[in-house]
Design a protein around this ligand. Structure first.
Ligand SMILES: NC(=O)c1ccc[n+]([C@@H]2O[C@H](COP(=O)([O-])OP(=O)(O)OC[C@H]3O[C@@H](n4cnc5c(N)ncnc54)[C@H](O)[C@@H]3O)[C@@H](O)[C@H]2O)c1
Length: 371
């Protein structure tokens, strides 16, 4: 198969869909890999590494898209890329089609085969291609929070781990899923006093067991949240109700009760945020202050660490890339029902219920189009 890896065109997107290690595995299996010049540069993978691994470096995006049978990307195509969509082309990337009716329409009209990272499921029913980015954002949230607690960045001037004779910072984490667990691991590792709040008691039991009692756990209710937030130096928001906007667990009054120079990192901002005073920010202007409290609400936190994020993402996506290349797209999807859940568009037919319902569009189940 001819596999194409274009340079991401979306603003501020520095990740790349395949790393040189993946190119080597594809080349070893006798596939051809076309990589657009500079595609991996911002993630720390120069063209020379791709060439050494067996890729053909091509100078422009049009060549990659037009010659490839499968294009592997990171973000959904932007308008400048719509013209490259064509019948039978396999596009494997994050698509997030539900709020994008124009792109959905273009994908259906062009009869592209669109497989979305975010809807692929593994055998346990988890979303394995979303998880790595939550791991990155969860771990990064503590790093970012610690940095904003420094005086120069508007914080209280507190060292997260304290020193002998001086108490460490108090960190409160809302949500004990992938983001929350990874945040807890890093915050505890740095020596902070950490309280994690979740609504799922079984999850709190697991975390209590996992962290051997070093983590304080609290049941999620407005009373507990108000008390914990009021005493905290750093609040990290990582709650998720799948498919819904995040619940606003931290009210404006709770924010006002925090000490001046405290910090809120609302990771859940991509789902609307779990803090009333949170609004989306970007890497170029990541923070703002409300009632003396520093807010960091960047919607694509992994974008700040593209080298790690690209490797984390491709560790999870690449096995699927190889399966499509080796088996062909229809067989690869037919052999794995969870992978088939990633199929969003098939040769002009919408195949994902969530997208169909949000756009009131007719759809056919993936299993039926693949039969
Ligand atoms: N900003 C970014 O760059 C970025 C990156 C990755 C993920 N995210 C977002 O972070 C959020 C969390 O992702 P995740 O992968 O950890 O999700 P997850 O499903 O693994 O965990 C969510 C947790 O929230 C808990 N929860 C739900 N309602 C609650 C409530 N009322 N009180 C307390 N806890 C509650 C759930 O029980 C679950 O444990 C998502 O919105 C995700 O999109 C953002």
């Amino acid at each position: 198969m001819i596999v194409g890896v274009p340079r991401e065109m979306k603003d501020n997107e520095a990740r790349v869909g395949v790393v040189p290690a993946g190119v080597k595995m594809l080349a070893d299996a006798a596939h051809t890999v076309l990589v657009e010049a500079g595609a991996g540069a911002q993630s720390g993978f120069p063209d020379s590494q791709y060439r050494d691994a067996g890729a053909e470096i091509v100078s422009d995006a049009a060549q990659v898209w037009n010659r490839a049978e499968m294009v592997v990307k990171v973000k959904e195509p932007i308008e400048a890329e719509y013209g490259f969509l064509r019948e039978g082309l396999v596009l494997f990337t994050y698509l997030h089609l539900a709020p994008l009716p124009v792109l959905t329409c273009r994908m259906l009209e062009s009869k592209v085969i669109g497989i979305a990272y975010e809807t692929v499921r593994d055998r346990r029913g988890m979303l394995p291609l979303l998880m790595p980015m939550s791991e990155v954002a969860g771990r990064m949230s503590v790093q970012v929070g610690a940095s904003y607690l420094e005086r120069e960045r508007g914080g209280r001037g507190i060292l997260l781990g304290g020193v002998p004779g001086v108490a460490p910072a108090r960190v409160v984490i809302l949500g004990g899923g992938i983001v929350g667990t990874n945040a807890a691991r890093i915050a505890l590792g740095l020596g902070a006093t950490v309280t994690l709040i979740d609504i799922d008691m079984n999850r709190l039991r697991e975390l209590d067991d996992h962290f051997g009692g070093r983590l304080n756990t609290l049941a999620s209710n407005s009373y507990n949240i108000a008390h914990a937030v009021g005493e905290s130096d750093l609040v990290i928001g990582g709650v998720l109700i799948p498919g819904a906007t995040a619940p606003r667990l931290v009210t404006r009054a709770m924010v006002a009760s925090m000490k001046p120079g405290s910090v809120i990192v609302d990771v859940a901002i991509d789902q609307g945020g779990c803090v009333e005073t949170a609004h989306p920010t970007s890497h170029s202007n990541p923070s703002y202050v409300v009632d003396g409290v520093v807010h960091y609400c960047v919607t694509n936190m992994p974008g700040a660490v593209p080298h790690t994020s690209t490797l984390a993402l491709t560790n999870s996506t690449f096995p699927y890339v190889l399966r499509i290349a080796n088996q062909g797209v229809r067989e690869a999807l037919r052999h794995d029902a969870g992978f088939a859940e990633g199929l969003n568009t098939w040769l002009g037919t919408l195949t994902y219920r969530g997208v169909a319902e949000s756009q009131r569009h007719p759809w056919t189940a993936a299993a039926d189009v693949l039969a």
